[in-house]
Design a protein around this ligand. Structure first.
Ligand SMILES: Nc1ncnc2c1ncn2[C@@H]1O[C@H](COP(=O)(O)OP(=O)(O)OP(=O)(O)O)[C@@H](O)[C@H]1O
Ligand SMILES: [Mg+2]
Length: 264
């Protein structure tokens, strides 16, 4: 139906990422080929060290693959200059880091509005207030990160990724520090961002319930894609994760089996 990529926000082709040299070399991603349709919500799951954060960082242009191609909104990232890449990231991408990456000297409000100010845009007061309200931090806008709990800091990082209304939002375990109820609110917000606002969401998570908010789950094992689930439920995800863990323990040769096993 679609010979081009106009329906895709992101397309990865044969993405490979090696870290380190020779004896210390780690293959973080191996031959990853996949696409993320515009306005879709995808969860990425897999054991610790399977390459999830690396995949997100390569897809967002924060890190460069060793080989392979990343197309983000029609831009081949490897062909962009550093300035073009910075501009693309600033204007089109929101990123929630696994480690939050908040600036300690800035208040909550200043952290959240930083992307706008870096882009030379004036933060709209009402919008800032609404986003802080949505993540439950309206009462904390003048606090600094050190005065916040881990979950509150995580929500500042989420608000900061949403503030510029980016076309693509990457979120690395955005609910890892949140209690069940707050996590549900944030996941609902992300789902709403894809369904109502047409934003493309790519979220790493270890939690099958969080993954069930997505339209699709991609599984990674040892840097390779190890299957996917559409319209996931917490049960189907947990089931797949259990088997993925078992297969991963048996070594790389068993992965193609994991790939085929029990598609819904
Ligand atoms: N900067 C780096 N230098 C060397 N090796 C790295 C670097 N970053 C990641 N790696 C290695 O690449 C592999 C994939 O790491 P990555 O952080 O992508 O895993 P992950 O799936 O996000 O894990 P987690 O669930 O623990 O966050 C790991 O083996 C890791 O040790
Ligand atoms: Mg990670």
């Amino acid at each position: 139906m679609n010979p081009g990529n106009s329906g895709d926000a992101i397309r990865l082709t044969a993405v490979r990422k090696l870290y380190g040299k020779r004896d210390n070399q780690v293959v973080a991603l191996e031959e990853v080929t996949t696409r993320f349709g515009r306005g879709t919500f995808t969860a990425i799951m897999g054991p610790s060290g399977s390459g999830k954060s690396t995949l997100l960082q390569c897809a967002a242009g924060l890190d460069q693959p060793t080989s392979g191609s990343v197309l983000l909104e029609e831009h081949e990232l490897s062909e962009l200059s550093e300035t073009e890449l910075t501009k693309l990231r600033r204007d089109r991408i929101g990123f929630v880091f696994q480690s939050f990456n908040l600036l300690p000297v800035l208040t909550v409000r200043q952290n959240v509005t930083l992307p706008l100010r870096l882009a030379g845009r004036k933060p709209d007061r009402d919008r800032v207030a609404r986003i802080l309200e949505q993540v439950g931090l309206a009462q904390r806008s003048n606090h600094r990160p050190a005065e916040l709990s881990g979950g509150q800091q995580q929500r500042v990082a989420i608000a900061r990724a949403l503030i510029s209304d980016p076309a693509v939002i990457f979120a690395d375990e955005p609910t890892g520090a949140l209690d069940t109820r707050t996590a549900r609110d944030i996941l609902g917000l992300l789902r709403h961002s894809s369904r109502a606002a047409g934003q493309t969401i790519v979220m790493v998570t270890h939690d099958p319930v969080a993954a069930s908010y997505a339209d699709r789950v991609l599984f990674l094992a040892d840097g390779r894609l190890a299957g996917e689930l559409h319209s996931p439920t917490a049960e189907s995800v947990a089931d797949r994760m259990t088997r993925l863990g078992a297969f991963a323990d048996e070594g790389p040769r068993s992965q193609p089996v994991a790939n085929r096993g029990g598609q819904r």
